[in-house]
Design a protein around this ligand. Structure first.
Ligand SMILES: [Zn+2]
Length: 194
């Protein structure tokens, strides 16, 4: 397993057919996850397309993540948590100023993803709404109000994703105070090639 240090990010290639296991080693930590078509970086994961085709916002084992071009990019093949978010954008300097005006500003997952993906030609403006692994964002069914609560993931919980095309992945160990209950922890991952 590779470790993503607290409040940092990374990028790597994931070939078609490979599986990526993402582990929350200590529990209650979030990983912001984005994926691009390695052969045309303008094709990216899309929360809207995914909600269209999967007909749910509660994505778990058996669901697929779709691209902005209506092609499946990733299938969730294992999931010991069953609670992830695909509504909210990566935390950023601006969201830190908005939500935590009295606390130190951090470049957040947005800054970490932009830095990690820069060698692949990606800029911050290219980064879509992330699939926020383990992030707990309950939606009130009547009012539609969103809350960000600590993840329900326990130490050792994981999700496993299979690449359905050759991908460039960006991933973080989230930097925001609310998404992980105010503690910053690492995230671990491992890849099984086809
Ligand atoms: Zn974050």
């Amino acid at each position: 397993m590779v470790e993503i240090a607290p409040r940092s990010g990374t990028a790597f290639l994931l070939p078609a057919g490979a599986t990526l296991k993402v582990v929350d080693p200590f529990g209650e930590q979030v990983s912001d996850f984005v994926a691009f078509n390695r052969h045309d970086m303008r094709e990216i994961i899309s929360n809207g397309r995914t909600f269209d085709y999967e007909e749910t916002i509660r994505l778990t084992r058996g669901n697929r993540l779709w691209s902005n071009r209506s092609r499946p990019m990733i299938e969730i093949v294992e999931d010991t948590v069953g609670r992830h978010d695909f509504l909210l954008t990566p935390c950023s300097e601006a969201t830190f100023r908005h939500f935590y005006p009295d606390r130190p500003v951090h470049r957040g997952c947005m800054g970490n993803l932009a830095a990690a993906l820069a060698p692949h030609g990606v800029t911050a403006d290219d980064i879509p709404t992330a699939f926020n692994i383990f992030m707990n964002v309950p939606v009130d069914g009547e009012s539609g109000r969103l809350r960000v609560l600590p993840p329900i993931s326990k130490a050792g919980d994981s999700i496993t994703l299979r690449a359905l095309m050759d991908l460039v992945i960006g991933m973080t160990a989230c930097s925001a105070y609310d998404s992980n209950g105010g503690t910053f922890k690492p995230i671990r991952y491992g890849i099984d090639a086809p």
